[in-house]
Design a protein around this ligand. Structure first.
Ligand code: ADP
Ligand code: MG
Length: 222
């Protein structure tokens, strides 16, 4: 089992009212799976992903990734664990504007103590595989939305994670760019990386093997 989520809950306060943005969610994922979670805006998808990525502490519940309980680690250990095991593609544009595509892709690698030379050739091979070598030295301001998303996906791959987590990877893209992005993510899945994607787009969901539905913080099989 790659991922095991058990009775996960996140409470927030709005005014005097406490509500569960994620409400008692449980599910598991194998290491070769491509899972999609669908749900309307505000249903708790981003909150759920942020907890799985170790960016947000749950109110209650357990997350086991590769037999490690995320919340038994201290801050520094969670960061290192995330860096090595999880490729996270946040919603919207997340590239650093003052870095080129190549530098953005390599950034997560600089945060660890691995050999940089090896990382350079790997980053270049990722650009090549995704057919965007021409973007190597371009800055985000000079890229299209689809190109930026593509670079963010390659950045998530640089540390060769066990799982890629993507938050609405095709939002704000035209149909053609969205299809390109899904093709790239499917290729990554076929090369052996597990994928967990949240979306409200039916076309995106059609690429996955398993679809679950999030509604008012609750997760159900579709
Ligand atoms: N930091 C926060 N404080 C209070 N409420 C929040 C916070 N983050 C998200 N929420 C609320 O939690 C609910 C789920 O949000 P979110 O996980 O972003 O949903 P989705 O990604 O499905 O659109 C929403 O009602 C949102 O307003
Ligand atoms: Mg969201």
């Amino acid at each position: 089992m790659l991922l095991e989520i058990k009775n996960l809950r996140k409470d927030y306060q709005r005014g005097k009212q406490i509500f569960s943005a994620v409400n008692n969610v449980s599910f598991t994922m194998n290491k070769d799976e491509f899972v999609c979670i669908m749900g309307k805006s505000g249903s708790g998808k981003t909150t759920l992903l942020n907890m799985i990525a170790g960016l947000l502490t749950p109110t209650q519940g357990k997350i086991m990734l590769n037999n490690t309980n995320l919340f038994e680690l201290d801050d520094q250990q969670v960061s290192a664990f995330r860096n090595q095991q999880i490729g996270y593609i946040p919603q919207g544009s997340s590239l650093l504007p003052n870095l080129t595509a190549l530098e953005n892709i390599r950034l997560p690698f600089y945060l660890t103590k691995r050999q940089n030379q090896q990382c350079l050739s790997y980053a270049q091979s990722l650009l090549e595989k995704a057919k965007v070598s021409y973007l190597q030295d371009a800055y985000p301001a000079n890229m299209s939305g689809g190109e930026m998303r593509r670079i963010a996906i390659l950045r998530s791959l640089i540390c060769q994670p066990q799982i890629i987590i993507a938050d609405e990877p095709t939002s704000d893209l035209d149909d053609e760019s969205a299809a390109d992005i899904m093709q790239l993510l499917s290729d990554i899945h076929h090369q052996g990386t597990a994928l967990l994607i949240v979306t409200h787009d039916n076309d995106v969901a059609s690429y996955s093997q398993k679809i679950m539905k999030m509604s008012a913080g609750r997760l159900t099989d579709k």
